[in-house]
Design a protein. Sequence first.
Length: 187
Amino acid sequence: MEKKIYYFEKPGTENTEKLIELVKERREELGIDNIVVASVSGKSSLKVSESMPNAKIVSITHHAGFKGGDELELEPEYVDKLERKGIQMYVGSHSLSGVGRGISNKFGGITPVEIIAGTLRLFSQGIKVCVEISIMAADAGLIPTDKEVIALGGTAKGVDTAMVLKPAHMGNFFDLRINEIIAMPRP
């Protein structure tokens, strides 16, 4: 089997439209229903839903306090639009940091989960994000673990990475399978 991977020259928001186009094409080829999108504000998830209105989309954002305080970064205008479209939103701790990051911040050192995250970042930040949000969505019962899904992640804002994977729950992390990389930025 031969597949193509699309490489962006650099990471960032400017890749969002092209990435969504590539995901739409691959989704249709594979007949995948479930899409998980890393979308801090909700804007990227909304763009995906406009391009693929029949997809089952889960929008994943940062947990409260990610940037300090108790605030969520979801923007109310996007939340309203996503809710009207029936898109599920998930707010929760990151599966590849969580309490481990709090321990490292307080006492120094690094946890095994942070090593996994760092290893995935060797490919790109978006690769790490795609794996992470798939675990989060699976643990919340928002996507199946017995079917392929498409995950979209990125670097800072927008989405620049997409992959086809078979998700797993946090407790079965090593059952997760990355089946294809649709697109990613060159490091």
